[in-house]
Design a protein around this ligand. Structure first.
Ligand code: NAD
Length: 337
């Protein structure tokens, strides 16, 4: 029987996780929650997902709006094998207590701190740690991006240390209430939270990160400097990444000169919502001086963590004990080549 998955919070991440779960043959969406009767609630119903009010006291608003719900989260949780919590981070503590009471497994997202679960997850770096766990956190979009490209470097060549400057999108595309609109905001805390967060999946990695937020809504861009343990050329580095699924090498020479063209590529690939689950690395941006590697990578913040959520479900439910088997299944279903 396929694993019964509930999605708590059908927003930016939740709706993508729901579609990705539906595309797999070993799990199914038994319901999604919304807190308010917005257009996304109607879209969930149109997509065929049973809709539940996120809390008992929220149901009346759905009834008043004429949006039919199948019940509340209290009706959904008992039927679920696992919940993917896609609520904003401030609700993590209360939601965890609710899942504990219901005796259901749960995945949290990267907005939560590592301490919420004690296990943070990346499919390539530490799949085995999530096997059979009750609570696991899938790390944030930036941390996922860093783990994707750093883990193969660490495996193949060894890493002395990493320095990364993260240029962050200001807000998600749908968010018209926040900024910056005409400013660049430096994150003054160094290291930014990203470096320590990478270590939750790659313990012992010497990594320092800084971040700035810029007025764009699509993609983060990382400028990475990696001290490798050996001297290798850019071709060997690119070969290490080309061997990996979920990394897409893109060519400036073919017209991909900025994140705008990366997103256009995602649209041309025909992926749902123009998502790019892979991390884009510029071929011509890979430079090696001695044993120091320089490269740029771009992260589609709304979608790179989605395949990781699917692998995390498989690990926690012990559907696959080998990460490569899960990654293959997820990629095939999501058409990630
Ligand atoms: P979002 O605001 O787009 O969606 C959150 C959804 O949760 C909404 O549908 C809302 O109705 C619902 N909700 C509100 N209160 C709730 C509650 N108490 N319990 C359950 N659901 C509730 O948020 P998002 O961007 O999808 O972020 C969700 C999580 O994913 C956060 O931890 C965030 O840090 C993380 N994340 C976001 C991105 C991104 O780019 N947006 C990327 C990676 C990880």
């Amino acid at each position: 029987m396929s694993v019964q998955v509930a999605i708590n919070g059908y927003g930016t991440i939740g709706k993508r996780v729901a579609d990705a779960v539906s595309a797999q043959d070993d799990m199914e969406v038994i319901g999604v929650t919304k807190f308010r009767p917005t257009i996304e609630a109607e879209i969930a119903i149109e997509a065929g997902y049973p809709l539940y009010a996120g809390a008992p006291e929220k149901k009346a608003a759905f009834d008043a709006a004429g949006i039919s719900v199948d019940g509340t989260i209290n009706d959904l949780l008992p039927a679920a094998d696992i919940v993917v919590d896609c609520a904003p981070e401030r609700f993590g503590a209360a939601n965890k207590r609710m899942y504990e009471k219901a005796g259901v497994k749960a995945i949290f997202q990267g907005g939560e701190k590592h301490e919420r679960t004690g296990v943070s997850f990346n499919s390539f770096a530490n799949y085995a740690q999530a096997l059979g766990q009750q609570f696991v956190r899938v790390v944030s979009c930036n941390t996922t991006g860093l783990c994707r490209t750093l883990h193969p470097l660490s495996e193949k060549f060894g890493i002395g240390n990493v320095k990364s400057v993260i240029v962050r999108r200001g807000v998600d595309p749908h968010d018209s209430e926040k900024g910056p609109v005409n400013a660049i905001i430096p994150v003054l805390k160094v290291p930014s939270h990203h470096g320590p967060d990478v270590r939750t999946c790659m313990p012992g990695l010497d990594i320092q990160t800084m971040a700035v937020a810029v007025p764009t809504t699509l993609m983060h861009l990382h400028s990475n400097i990696v001290e490798l343990a050996v001297e290798v050329g850019p071709k060997e580095v690119l070969a290490a990444w080309e061997d990996m699924p979920r990394i897409k090498i893109v060519d400036h020479a073919k017209g991909i000169t900025s994140t705008a063209q990366v997103m256009e590529l995602a649209r041309d690939l025909g992926r749902k919502r123009a998502d790019l689950n892979e991390i884009a690395v510029w071929r011509e941006g890979v430079h090696v001086v001695g044993s120091t590697l320089y490269y740029y990578q771009a992260i589609h913040q709304e979608s790179d963590v989605i395949p990781e959520n699917i692998d995390c479900i498989r690990a926690m439910m012990e559907l696959e004990t080998d990460n490569r088997a899960s990654i293959r299944r997820t990629n095939r279903a999501l058409r990630i080549t």
